[in-house]
Design a binder for this molecule. Structure first.
Ligand SMILES: Cc1ncc(COP(=O)(O)O)c(C=O)c1O
Length: 397
C-alpha cells in the first residue's frame, strides 16, 4: 500500500492516506492497536525510543499507536498540514493549543461567535491563569483588528463560519495582521473540514472536532490539532503530552473508517442542505437564512473566494413577531430532525438557539433562531417535515 498521495485528488487521498507503514499484511484497514506498556529488546533501545517523542514511534501508550498515527496522517492530509495530534474531544482540540501558546500576562483575541465552551474556557480558566481575552466582531476587517492588538497579544483565534451565527471571517487579512504583530493564528476549522485549507490562508494551527463529519455517525468524540511546521508540532505535541491527552484507539479506528466516506457524505449533505436552506428562504416566517453558500447570504462573497464548498450546518432567523415558545413547539413537532446538539452525523438535527446578542460587533440578529443540521435523508422529506413543523409554529403564534 502506498500512502505517498502528493499531487493526487482529494477523494484518492481520503481513501489511501494513513494506510502504509503499519506492518499490516492483508487487511485493508489499519487494525486497532491497544496498549499501555511497551516492551523493549534492550535498555539502549528504550532510551532511543524515549528520545523519539516527536516521531510516530511507540514508547508508551500515551505516545499513540499505529491506529492513532494512521488517523493523524489522514487528518493532516485533509487539512493540508504536516503533522496532527489526536486528542480526546473537539473541545480538547480547542483548549490544548490555547494552553500551548498562552502564558500568564498575555492576551488572546477571540471572535465573539466562537464555540460557547471555548468562551467559557477563556472566561473561567485562562482568566485565572492571568491571560486576558478580548472578544472581537467576527466580521472585522484586517485594518480594524490591528487596533485590538496589544503589545502582549500572542494569539489570534478564528472560527469561520462562527458558531450559531455563521459569520465568514476574512482569514487571510486577519492572519496577515497577526503575522505582522508576531502572534500565532489558531483556527477552529470544523465547519470547513472538507472545503477550507487553513494553511493556505495563513493559519498556524488548525483545530477540528472530528466528532462531527469525520466520525460522521454521532457515536464518537474526538479532536485533532494540525500544524504545518516542526516548531508548532513540538509545541502542540509536548503540551498535549503534558496534559495527558489521549484518545482510545477504538475511537480512532471508527474515525478512520468515517474519514474514508466523508467526502461522499459531505457532498450529498451539502447539496441537500443548500436545497433545504433555499426553500426555507421562501417561507414567510423566515427573516434570514444564515448559510454562506446561498447567494446574497451574509459572508457569501468571502466564502466563494476562500472555500471550495460548504457543510450542512446552517442557521435560520425567524421574523421578530415569532416567539421562542412557537419555535420550541416547531422543534418538538419535527419527526425527522432530532432535537439535539452537535452535528456532522448522518442524521438531521434541529436546535433552537434563542436570540443572539453580540458583545462585540454587529449586534442583534433580530429574531429567534434555529440551527439545522442536514443529514443524509431525502431533502424532499426534510422539507415536508419542516413544513409541518412550521404549521405547528403558526398555530402557536
Ligand atoms: C465549532 C465547534 N468546535 C468544537 C466543538 C467541540 O467538539 P466536541 O463535541 O467533540 O467536544 C464543537 C461541538 O459542538 C463545535 O461545534
Amino acid at each position: 500500500m502506498n500512502d505517498k498521495t502528493e499531487g493526487q485528488g482529494y477523494f484518492t487521498r481520503l481513501s489511501h492516506a494513513g494506510r502504509a507503514g503499519t506492518n499490516v499484511r492483508g487487511f485493508v484497514n489499519v487494525p486497532v492497536h491497544r496498549g499501555s506498556t511497551m516492551l523493549y529488546g534492550s535498555m539502549s533501545e528504550r532510551t532511543n525510543a524515549a528520545n523519539e517523542r516527536f516521531e510516530q514511534k511507540a514508547h508508551y501508550g500515551t505516545g499513540g499507536s499505529a491506529t492513532h498515527w494512521a488517523l493523524e496522517n489522514v487528518v493532516a492530509e485533509i487539512e493540508g498540514g504536516t503533522r496532527c495530534q489526536i486528542v480526546s474531544t473537539g473541545l480538547a482540540a480547542v483548549t490544548v493549543p490555547l494552553l500551548a501558546y498562552l502564558k500568564a500576562g498575555e492576551h488572546v483575541l477571540m471572535p465573539d461567535s466562537c464555540y460557547g465552551p471555548a468562551r467559557t474556557f477563556c472566561d473561567n480558566f485562562l482568566s485565572k491563569m492571568g491571560v486576558a481575552t478580548t472578544y472581537y466582531d467576527p466580521s472585522i476587517s484586517g485594518e480594524a483588528i490591528e487596533a485590538l492588538f496589544q503589545p502582549n497579544t500572542t494569539v489570534l483565534y478564528l472560527e469561520s463560519p462562527g458558531s450559531h451565527t455563521f459569520e465568514v471571517q476574512d482569514v487571510p487579512a486577519l492572519a496577515a495582521v497577526a503575522k505582522k504583530r508576531g502572534a500565532k493564528v489558531l483556527m477552529d476549522n470544523t465547519w470547513g473540514i472538507h472545503h477550507f485549507q487553513p494553511f493556505q490562508h495563513g493559519v498556524d494551527v488548525s483545530i477540528q472536532a472530528l466528532t462531527k463529519y469525520v466520525v460522521g455517525h454521532s457515536d464518537v468524540l474526538l479532536g485533532s490539532i494540525t500544524v504545518n511546521s516542526q516548531e508548532d508540532w513540538e509545541r502542540v505535541r509536548s503540551t498535549s503530552v503534558i496534559l495527558g491527552q489521549y484518545a482510545s484507539p477504538d475511537d480512532c479506528w471508527l474515525a478512520l473508517r468515517g474519514a474514508r466516506t466523508m467526502g461522499v457524505r459531505m457532498d450529498r449533505q451539502e447539496k441537500s442542505a443548500v436545497e433545504v436552506a433555499a426553500w426555507l428562504r421562501t417561507r414567510p416566517e423566515v427573516k434570514q437564512v444564515l448559510h454562506p453558500a446561498l447567494p446574497g447570504a451574509p459572508g457569501h462573497e468571502i466564502w466563494k473566494r476562500d472555500f471550495t464548498g460548504a457543510c450542512s450546518l446552517f442557521g435560520v432567523v425567524f421574523r421578530e413577531d415569532i416567539t421562542r415558545e412557537s419555535v420550541h413547539a416547531m422543534a418538538e413537532a419535527l419527526q425527522l430532525f432530532g432535537k439535539g446538539a452537535s452535528w456532522g452525523g448522518f442524521e438531521s438535527l434541529a436546535l433552537p438557539t434563542g436570540t443572539v446578542t453580540r458583545t462585540a460587533g454587529s449586534g442583534q440578529f433580530g429574531g429567534e433562531m434555529l440551527r439545522l443540521h442536514v443529514g443524509l435523508e431525502d431533502p424532499d422529506d426534510l422539507k415536508a417535515d419542516l413544513a409541518q413543523g412550521l404549521t405547528v409554529l403558526n398555530a402557536r403564534r
